[in-house]
Design a protein around this ligand. Structure first.
Ligand code: NAD
Length: 474
């Protein structure tokens, strides 16, 4: 049987949730409720945990090369769903078609492929003088993911966890759960044994909490807000589960003194404005030389008009709506707060009307002090704070003066930019227009998280070490 949005997937079957209740999925561009998924409960998680636990011994004993063969089969099926994935991401998230295609869909195939390739040459055994050391699966992994990259955050967990011999219970965000059904369907059709992957939809307070506290769950891999990450970790530590956390950010972009700032704009705007600013790694703080503020303002104004907002099905638009009414209200309240704190709107406005979709224009604040709440808290919308610095030492100090440490960028002469990058407290730093490396470790310093995703580090995250002392005389 193929997937059905009104079912959950447990032990290789699409089945009813025990709750008999549903959550409506809203299109944030039209406000239409166009699908519904089960509002799962703790009994569903118990069934999923039993299935995942029962499947574990056999799955972890399957040689890695055989798991890779199955994963390649899954990827082929997953790729055949491209059109449906794009259509669903436009509808459930409000993502413009081009961004949905490139980022929410094709890049997820690239990521999946990169994990498979990294696994192909992965060494999971090492000899020490008096012992043999093995990397083994952790067990049943609960994967809890947010709404902003509905497939991206799932792929970062489910693919490496399963490749490494773990079994999985997936709980996607209740706001954007639909594309996960296609991924799970691809696993089903590829012939993965029952119980290796299980999908339970529902709310964090019920389903998420049940995962974090279930005795058969050995690890929780969470992506979401820092607030929930801390709460969930406390719960998971009651039974000493492994924890991996990908959390929020307030990432700085330092523009070193330059004659012309125009070349740096596209890296900045595509990060803070695309996906309507709902990106954990978005460069939300722009740090610029005080003496060049007027030149920077002119450069930003010259390009901000290219980031048009509107109907995500119209390919001329670069930004769709925000993902929900709650998100719209949160971003509007931060723009109001910015004005109250004394910042100046260079571009954008306080959005008021959301009766025709949750649209917010690209917003740029100047006169921002790094101590203001708009510069310290994650807004998670298309809102940029421009902050000035007197010299590079001050730029580095401002960049690091944040509770977060997920991402950063430096634009300027390459050697100088590299020297600055080394001093920024963040898990990732971009130099100039450098692209992302899918094989590089991704994750945060400070309150942006614990653990890493991506490449070999992302695979090893789902393993634990065993040493066998084998130099016996018998
Ligand atoms: P959120 O923390 O509200 O929810 C994330 C997930 O946790 C959802 O599935 C939710 O249902 C679940 N959840 C909520 N309360 C729970 C609880 N008490 N116990 C267990 N699970 C619970 O985050 P969100 O609003 O969905 O996503 C936005 C946040 O995610 C932002 O802070 C963003 O920075 C962060 N994020 C981080 C990364 C990263 O890789 N570092 C990537 C994407 C998003």
């Amino acid at each position: 049987m193929s997937y059905d949005f009104e079912k959950i997937y447990i032990n290789g079957q699409w089945v009813d949730s025990d709750s008999g209740e549903f959550i409506e999925v809203e299109n944030p561009a039209t406000l239409e409720h166009f699908a519904r998924v089960p509002d799962g409960n703790a009994n569903d998680i118990d069934r999923a945990a039993q299935a995942a636990h029962a499947a574990l011994a056999a799955w972890s004993a399957v040689p890695l090369q055989e798991r890779i063969v199955l994963m390649k089969k899954m990827l082929k099926l997953f790729e055949s769903y491209q059109d449906q994935i794009v259509e669903l991401e436009v509808k459930e998230l409000g993502s413009p078609v081009e961004f949905a295609t490139e980022s929410h869909c094709l890049y997820q195939y690239t990521r999946t492929r990169s994990y498979i390739e990294a696994a192909e040459s992965l060494v999971l055994e090492k000899s020490l003088p008096l012992s043999q050391v093995y990397r083994e699966p952790i067990g049943v992994v609960g994967c809890i993911t947010p709404w902003n990259y509905p497939l991206g955050q799932v792929v970062q967990k489910v693919i490496p966890a399963i490749l490494m011999g773990n079994t999985v219970i997936l709980k996607p965000s209740q706001h954007t759960p639909l594309t996960c059904y296609l991924l799970v369907d691809a696993f089903d059709k590829a012939g993965f044994p029952a119980g290796v992957i299980n999908l339970v939809t529902g709310r964090g307070s019920k389903v998420g909490d049940a995962i974090a506290s279930h005795p058969l769950v050995n690890m929780v891999s969470f992506t979401g807000s820092t607030r929930v990450g801390i709460q969930l970790s406390q719960r998971a530590l009651e039974s000493l589960k492994h924890i991996s956390l990908e959390l929020g950010g307030k990432s700085p972009f330092i523009w070193l003194p330059m004659k012309d700032y125009a070349p740096a704009v596209s890296k900045l705007f595509s990060s803070i404005f695309l996906n309507s600013g709902q990106t954990c790694t978005a460069f939300s703080r722009l740090l610029v030389p005080e003496q060049d503020l007027e030149k920077v303002k002119a450069t930003l104004l010259a390009h901000v008009g290219e980031y048009t907002v509107g109907d995500p099905t119209d390919s001329r638009n670069k930004l769709g709506p925000l993902s929900s009414k709650a998100q719209f209200e949160k971003v509007a309240s931060y723009i109001r707060l910015g004005l109250e704190e004394g910042a100046t709107l260079l571009s954008g406005e306080i959005p008021t009307d959301c009766s025709k979709g949750y649209y917010v224009k690209p917003t740029i604040f100047t006169n921002v002090k790094n101590s203001m709440r708009i510069a310290r808290e994650e807004i998670f919308g298309p809102v940029l704070c421009v902050i000035t610095y007197k010299d590079v030492e001050e730029a580095i100090a401002i960049a690091n003066d944040t509770p977060y440490g997920l991402n950063a960028a430096v634009y300027g002469p390459k050697d100088e930019a590299m020297a600055v990058a080394r001093r920024i407290q963040a898990g990732n730093v971009y130099i100039n227009d450098a692209p992302r490396d899918v094989l590089a470790p991704f994750g945060g310093y400070k309150q942006s998280g614990i653990g890493r995703e991506g490449g070999v580090a992302g695979l090893l995250e789902f393993t634990q070490l065993k040493a066998i002392f084998n130099h016996s005389s018998y």
